[in-house]
Design a protein around this ligand. Structure first.
Ligand code: PNS
Length: 162
């Protein structure tokens, strides 16, 4: 049984994330979507809110589970017995930092491999940051996020306008 972890800050989850979840769920026997802290970003949504959003969108997938962890991704992978980390790549601009993280994670545990999935070009322009910026100014995010999480995001920004 091949188990993979799809980690991220998911602040909030977007259609780009869902596309990776959908495709990875077809390649691996089991996929764990794990919310982790990104110390470089100040989160808008709490860990619990992100888990709730992700649980809504993975409901149709029988081989996908959602989890959260505070700590190093590589420690989490060991704890769950996973040897594959899946990351989505949108553009060259993502590559440099993802490359650095992948090499650092391999240095920390050489038994865990990071694998990259290229974004679907329909979603290559979407990021959580862009979603927050559009929502924060009252713009339409309907085509950027899964319908199941739309209301939660809109509610958050109702009291959070820029
Ligand atoms: O969606 P993001 O913000 O690109 O995800 C980045 C994330 C959360 C996967 C990354 O910051 C992470 O792995 N955080 C946990 C701490 C850790 O293990 N850092 C990597 C050391 S190189």
């Amino acid at each position: 049984m091949v188990l993979a972890i799809y980690p991220g800050s998911f602040d909030p989850v977007t259609n780009g994330h869902l596309d990776i979840i959908n495709r990875a769920s077809k390649v691996f026997d089991q996929l764990i979507v794990t919310v982790l802290e990104n110390p470089r970003k100040i989160p808008t949504f709490s860990m619990d809110e992100k888990v709730k959003m992700l649980n809504k969108i993975v409901a149709p997938y029988h081989n996908v589970e959602v989890d959260s962890y505070r700590g190093l991704l590589i420690d989490y992978a060991k704890k769950r017995g996973a040897r594959i980390i899946i990351k989505g790549l949108r553009a060259i601009s993502d590559f440099e930092f993802e490359f650095q993280m992948a090499l650092t994670n391999r240095k920390l545990n050489c038994e865990v491999e990071t694998m990259f999935m290229m974004t679907n070009n329909m979603y290559s322009f979407i990021s959580s940051g862009i979603v927050k910026e559009v929502a924060g100014y009252g713009g339409d995010i309907r085509d950027l996020v899964p319908p199941e999480v739309y209301d939660m995001i809109i509610q958050k920004f109702a009291s959070y306008k820029f």
